[in-house]
Design a protein around this ligand. Structure first.
Ligand code: NAI
Length: 318
């Protein structure tokens, strides 16, 4: 296959001073992208500052690539986009990767632990992406990657703040994928699992060695490429494996036996096994499909009811 390249493209990678972001920045630069290596350079909990983005820029330059360091926090995302415009004159790709942890069991979680996590993950992605959105619309091109986590998709003890933020990013992606569609702005989400300072005390040592960020970088780079076909996808990747996750919805049940019947707590209890029966569960691509299906189901219910409103035996099997 022909090599996939990023010549002429400008990529902003947030939190690219180390870990996954560094691997993304190095790979994109090696394929011709000009890269803004953003990193506040703080600790794992978001405190402090340092200049390790410079080392990444040096590494890119030493290999013949183009990059610039940016030390703004993602909560000032407009400054990061300004760095891209000031240095390279355009922006095409945003990888919202910056992240921190403030793990605590829920009763011990302070408001500050909550707010800081929402600020860096959700507000950071909002500010950085919004600052480039008008540029993307005008040039009819943009690629945006959000970074979620299995802690968000499935929950994880001690990570209430982080789980909420990481699932928030999936919601943000869902709507931006719709708003970006007619402007060729594709918005997708990576769910990585990799060795980094965020996972060094979580992953078993053998797994830590194997879970190299470099195995995820090609997945993210493809998601950032102009040929990437999807928008609104949640892609989980680790160890050279990738899979897609999406929500499914059960067929559901009408919560009463006849149209004239009231919905009661008891009728809900009676219908519950069918409400939660996932045997014929389906994914919905668009919010309109959910509404259309609901209207269809209710119409069907009313028609059946008119056909045989007296046949209790029939209704008890419905
Ligand atoms: P990392 O700690 O090596 O990288 C995160 C980078 O973000 C750090 O270099 C940090 O300085 C930077 N950063 C933090 N706050 C910032 C801010 N306000 N502005 C700009 N930069 C900031 O960790 P890792 O593992 O590479 O994480 C990258 C992303 O992947 C994060 O969003 C993380 O939540 C997510 N993730 C990682 C997983 C893993 O297994 N490593 C699992 C699931 C999600």
């Amino acid at each position: 296959m022909e090599q996939l390249r990023f010549d002429g493209r400008v990529a902003v990678v947030t939190g690219a001073g180390g870990g996954l972001g560094k691997a993304y920045a190095l790979l994109l630069a090696s394929r011709g992208a000009k890269v803004v290596v953003n990193d506040l350079g703080g600790g794992r909990d978001g405190s402090g500052k340092s200049t390790f983005a410079d080392a990444v820029v040096q590494e890119i330059k030493s290999k013949g690539g183009e990059a610039v360091a940016d030390y703004n926090s993602v909560v000032d995302g407009q400054k990061i986009i300004k760095t891209a415009i000031d240095n390279f004159g355009r922006v095409d790709i945003i990888i919202n990767n910056a992240g921190i942890l403030r793990d605590k069991s829920f009763p011990k979680m302070s408001e500050q632990d909550w707010d800081l996590i929402q600020a860096v993950h959700v507000k950071g992605a909002f500010k950085t992406t919004q600052a480039a959105w008008e540029i993307f619309r005008k040039q009819k091109y943009g690629r945006v990657i959000m970074t979620s986590s299995n802690a968000g998709l499935f929950g994880n003890f001690g990570q209430a703040n982080y789980s909420a933020a990481k699932m928030g990013l999936v919601g943000l992606m869902n709507t931006l994928a719709i708003e970006g569609e007619k402007y060729n702005i594709k918005v997708n989400t990576i769910v990585p699992t990799a060795a980094s300072r965020l996972t060094e005390d979580i992953l078993p040592p053998e797994m830590f060695q194997a879970m190299k960020p470099e195995l995820i970088a090609p997945v993210v780079a493809y998601m950032a490429h102009e040929s990437f076909p999807d928008t609104g996808s949640v892609v989980d990747s680790t160890l050279g494996f990738a899979t897609k996750t999406h929500l499914v919805r059960s067929e559901g049940a009408v919560l009463k036996k006849k149209p004239a019947d009231p919905v009661t707590i008891e009728s809900v209890k009676e219908a519950w096994p069918q409400v939660v029966n996932m045997n014929n569960a389906k994914h919905k691509e668009k919010i309109a499909e959910v509404t259309v299906e609901l209207v269809q189901k209710l119409q069907e219910f009313e028609e059946r009811s008119k056909l045989d409103s007296t046949n209790e035996a029939y209704w008890s099997t419905y």
